[in-house]
Structures are given as C-alpha cells and as structure tokens.
Ligand binder design. Structure first.
Ligand SMILES: [Zn+2]
Length: 343
C-alpha cells in the first residue's frame, strides 16, 4: 500500500509500505476512506519534536473494516468506523470514568501511520465506533474530523466547563480551536470570543458560533479579553496551541473561579507557581479522551446537525502529502484532507 513517511524535518515522502496485518486477536484492519494532516504532525515536521528515523505519519482515521482478529466481537468487516489516536479497551476503570486516552491498556495508533491506504487498529472493540449505515460521501470529512480535531476541541470546551450563561474564549485558530468554538456553541455558551488574526479563520469561527474576535496575542490579547468581560476575564478558556505564550494567555484571560481546558500539545510550557496560586483558575486538559465523545459526535454529524468537515479547506491526493504538510506549515491551509483513492 501507499503511505506517508517523515524522514527528517521538512521531508515527507509517500512510498510503498507493507500492508498492515492482524497481529493481536483484538486487532482490526481498516481501509481508510480518507486521511488528513494534523497540527501536531507539524511539530516533528518543523523539527521541534525529534524525528527518530523514517516514521510513518498520521493518527486520524475513518474507514471500512476489512478484517478483524479472532477475539473481536462487536466490530465486523464491512462496517464504517471511526476511532481515536489512542486505542483503548473502554472497559478499565479509567475508561469507564471517561479518560480513554489514559486507558491502562492504551496503545498509540500514530506509530502505525494513518496517512496511508490501510491501518491496523488495536483493541478494536473498545476503540472503534461504527455508524448505523455506510455514510454518504459528503459526511466523510466530518466523520474524519471527529477522530481527533473535533473530539479534541470538544474536550477542550467540556474541560473549560463551557455552557449556558458562560463567556468562552478560545486561544488558537487551528482546526482544534475552530472546533472548540463549535463545541462551545453546541454546549450552549452565551458568548464566544475567538482569538485569530486570519480573515478566513475568523469567518469560519463566526460561522461556528463566535460572537467576538480578538486579533491580539499574548498580554495584549489578555487585555482585550478582559476589556470584553468587564475586566473580569472569561468564565471558560480553551487553549488550543500548546506554547508558553498561548498557555499564559489562556490562564490570564480566565476570571478567578473560571476554567481553562488545555488541549494544545504542550511544548516547553513552564507555569509560574506563584501566579497560578493566586489566579484561582481551574486547569484541566491533556490528550483528549475522544472515545468518550465519539458516539454523540458521530450522531450529530450523521444527522447533519454539525459540520466539522468545513475545517478541511484543502484536499489533495495522498500522493501529494508533502504539499499538504507545506500548506499547513505555511498556514495556507487550516487542515488538509488526503484522498486515499481506495473508496
Ligand atoms: Zn481502558
């Protein structure tokens, strides 16, 4: 099969890779309907995260089950399924509490490389969620978004306790931030402040429910959000970048007693203890337990109540994955969908 492999920073190649095979009896093999590039793929692409030899890329997936191992009981060949970047049993105490991305048996799916035609998914019964029927083609981008960016934005909104009567600020205008806006809106937030200086992203943020746009970053961004909230700060802030600046902007934009949901993968973030102590801000976040939200989100997408697929503003054949990475790196695209060409 064909699949994307990162050789070194800036060097993504699509090449022939071995077809995945059932290894454990709990595995499933799926034929991907489409694949995509994630903001977090840009960390190794930019050399900020070390690249340890040629690495298959991609951890977002949706597609048709081709084969299952002997111990898989609920997932069947022919079903259309979506899963998350961490495989989970969905039965241990941590999973039952809703934290499947910290499952005691968790396995990263990313090492298998989902920017490819096929993918092996461990712990298939716990990890995969099937749609009632094979979805229409135009629903595929939305369902693929549910695999990570929507589930992550949703967790950010839930962790920030977005809801009726709340003012929610969203730091970060990548796909996760934009879908955090969508999530906050679905959860009933009264006012949603999106932080973005890019016109097309501002437009999508408004479409997804943002009521205000703040263009300033860092301390200026904090001042602006305070100005919009009677000097108090937002009740709920979603942090969807993962840098020192964005994390501090999120914490400082939150009112005492408010909540920060941080879902941008942290890189070299160090928090000042004394400032945190006096902030009275709740911090909750981490790798999103997307599996917790998948059934509800897939239902909302299937019933056309939400359209998270709009974050894909560039579509390329899998063979042109390198151009997809470049477009996202240069911020020419919010998120790139890769057509796998295998249906
Ligand atoms: Zn578990």
């Amino acid at each position: 099969m064909r699949g994307a492999v990162l050789y070194a920073p800036g060097d993504v190649r699509v090449q022939e890779r071995d077809d995945p095979k059932i290894g454990e009896p709990t595995d499933a093999i799926i034929r991907l309907s489409a694949s995509c590039v994630c903001g977090s793929d840009l960390w190794p692409y930019r050399g900020i995260e070390a690249v340890d030899g040629p690495s298959p890329m991609g951890h977002e997936y949706a597609g048709i089950v081709e084969e299952v191992g002997g111990e898989v009981t609920t997932i069947r060949p022919g079903q259309f399924v979506v899963g998350s970047f961490f495989a989970s049993d969905n039965t241990c105490e941590i999973c039952q509490a809703g934290y499947q991305s910290s499952c005691v048996q968790r396995v990263g799916v990313g090492t298998e490389g989902a920017q490819a035609e096929r993918l092996r998914v461990p712990l298939a019964d716990g990890t995969l969620v099937a749609t009632p029927d094979i979805p229409a083609d135009d629903l595929i981008p939305g369902l693929l978004a549910a695999s990570d960016v929507l589930g992550t934005g949703w967790f950010g909104a839930v962790a920030a306790e977005a809801g009726p009567g709340k003012t929610v600020a969203v730091v970060g205008d990548g796909a996760v931030g934009l879908l955090g806006v969508l999530a906050a809106s679905q959860l009933g937030a009264e006012r949603i402040i999106a932080v973005s200086r890019h016109e097309p992203r501002q437009r999508l943020a408004r479409e997804y429910g943002a009521t205000d746009i703040v263009e300033e970053r860092g301390d200026d961004g904090v001042a602006k959000i305070k100005e919009l909230t009677d000097g108090l700060g937002a009740h709920s802030v979603i942090e969807a970048v993962g840098t020192q600046e964005s994390m501090l902007q999120a914490i400082r934009s939150t009112r005492p007693g408010g909540h920060v949901g941080f879902v941008g993968v942290a890189h070299d973030v160090e928090l000042p203890g004394e400032e945190l102590f006096f902030s009275h801000v709740h911090l909750h976040g981490g790798p999103a337990p997307v599996r917790r939200f998948l059934p509800e989100l897939m239902d909302l997408i299937g019933n056309r109540r939400i359209d998270p697929g709009k974050v894909f503003d560039l579509e390329l054949p899998l063979e042109e994955a390198a151009e997809g990475y470049r477009a996202m790196d240069e911020r020419r695209a919010i998120k790139v969908l890769l057509r796998t060409g295998s249906g």
